[in-house]
Design a binder for this molecule. Structure first.
Ligand code: C5P
Ligand code: ZN
Length: 479
């Protein structure tokens, strides 16, 4: 009989407790711990959680943010004295190369990516996939890290809100009402009990604490509202026509400041607008959902709303300011936060430039039988190709029945691939993580990730055979 839910959870928590007791023994022995976390919002949130937990225990450690598990990192680690390593939100899909370089080193992996490769004796691997739980939707890298922190010391429950930020950053709220479910729901409950988090059902505009309402509305692309999404002026006109008070003195009001009545009016008028526009792609119900508020953070800042917090972290890491993102997750505020806010603007400008290019004749997304292809190697920064791809797939520009495969060139002279698909393709059994892994292996590259968001790193010149193999694998599922 396959294991039931309780049994799966038992199996999930075993390596988490083992990781915590092993970390305690490292600290007791005075060992130097080398921590590496993934560079996205979930990864740096996870890094912040483990960093704070280690700091509270007086551990001797260093923490670094890394793009992806690769030979470069492992070679470097293998050349140092063999002290313990903790990989956070990365590494689970790369057990074979980790073993190749670090088989005699104590390695702890806290991850939620599709596992690949064989375990080895000095490895502890905590990963929901290993117990048959859903690593794409019910717990993220920061969730796994949070449970290790909580196992290290129950006082670390105050870090639950950072884990919620990580889960939102990895889009684990792809459920009805954009609710975090499964193991994530346990973390949310911890946050409420620890008085660091509040959850309510509300309008889901992008930028609820920091953006003027018309801008927040125009930045909302889920649901995509024809005529309003992407059109700030039209949004302003729409709100003025409704008689909204948009300013408080000189300052623009934000969604978070609207009264209940104002929000209700706005919602009903938007529903009317969407119904009248006759758009079949947008369901007005998608405007409403669960909002996660970090109640210890200052109001009207980027850190108050969980989704805005994760978008700030994302902006920092995509503009090469991973240190800033990690510092914020470790608790730094003040000038760190100001610098991070500037990164948000830089990110927004750069992203708009790339999206314009992708939609233009030169960038043009190429359509094939089973996917779209975006060749960004001469244009798009490797750190931005994932975001560009996510936005293109979420917008109504592309047909959701085909995934998007995008390509960029890395600083190290490799080809970075980002693959994204709409969740509607899950019904057909699509798993981009395994497809990226198989296609990359065929051309001596490496790939992996999640079912609807995955990636690969392959040698320059191998793009065509790689895309050819990807197409064959996609055809098997979607054909
Ligand atoms: O870089 P990007 O955002 O496109 O990555 C999507 C997902 O695929 C991430 O979760 C990432 O960890 C994974 N990935 C991977 N191996 C790669 C590139 C990406 O596992 N070489
Ligand atoms: Zn993650």
């Amino acid at each position: 009989m396959p294991p039931g839910r309780d049994e799966k959870l038992d199996i999930f928590f075993q390596p988490i407790h083992e990781a915590a007791s092993t970390i305690k023994s490292f600290i007791k022995k005075g060992l130097f711990i080398r921590v590496y976390c993934h560079h996205d919002a979930d990864g740096v949130s996870a890094g912040g959680i483990i960093g704070r937990a280690l700091g509270r225990l007086g551990a001797d450690f260093r923490i670094r943010v890394w793009k992806q598990m690769d030979d470069l990192l492992l070679k470097d680690l293998a050349s140092e004295s063999p002290s313990p390593c903790i990989f956070i939100d990365l590494g689970g899909g790369y057990l074979d190369i980790i073993q190749e370089y670090l088989k005699d080193v104590n390695v702890i992996i806290l991850d939620h990516h599709e596992p690949s490769g064989d375990p080895f004796p000095s490895l502890i691997h905590a990963n929901p996939h290993l117990s048959g739980l859903d690593g794409a939707r019910e717990v993220s890298g920061s969730g796994v890290s949070y449970f290790v922190a909580k196992s290290l010391d129950s006082k670390n429950v105050d870090l639950s809100c950072v884990a919620v930020v990580g889960a939102l950053g990895d889009l684990q709220d792809k459920n009805e009402e954009r609710e975090l479910k499964g193991i994530n729901a346990t973390i949310v409950r911890d946050g409420i009990d620890a008085n660091v988090l509040a959850v309510e059902k509300d309008l889901l505009f992008f930028g609820r604490e920091t953006r003027p309402i018309h801008r927040a509305l125009s930045l909302t692309t889920n649901p995509f509202i024809p005529g309003l999404s992407g059109h700030e002026d039209q949004c302003l006109g729409f709100l003025v026509n409704l008689g909204f008070q948009l300013k408080d003195g000189e300052r623009w009001r934000t969604l978070a400041e609207l009264s209940k009545d104002e929000k209700q009016l706005l919602f009903s008028k938007l529903v009317e607008y969407i119904v009248e526009s006759g758009s079949s792609n947008s369901s007005p119900l998608e405007l409403i959902g669960k909002v996660y508020t970090l109640i210890r953070e200052d109001k009207l800042t980027f850190l108050r709303d969980g989704r805005e917090f994760s978008s700030l972290l994302n902006a920092c890491s995509r503009t090469q300011k991973t240190g800033l993102a990690l510092a914020i997750c470790l608790g730094s505020r003040g000038s760190t936060l100001h610098e991070a806010e500037a990164a948000v603007e830089e990110y927004r400008r750069t992203l708009a430039k790339y999206l314009d290019w992708a939609a233009s004749d030169q960038g043009n997304v190429e359509e094939t039988d089973f996917c779209y292809i975006l060749r960004g190697e001469k244009v798009v920064d490797e750190r931005m190709i994932g975001s560009v791809s996510s936005i293109l797939v979420a917008s109504n520009i592309l047909n959701p029945s085909k995934p998007l495969i995008s390509i960029a060139l890395t600083e190290e002279g490799m080809i970075k691939v980002s693959a994204r698909a709409s969740t509607s393709l899950l019904e057909k059994g699509l798993n981009l993580g395994t497809i990226m892994q198989k296609a990359a292996e065929l051309v001596n590259g490496r790939g992996g990730g999640h079912d609807v968001a995955a990636g690969a790193l392959i040698p320059v010149g191998s793009e065509d055979p790689f895309l050819h193999e990807t197409m064959i694998l996609l055809k098997e599922v979607l054909g």
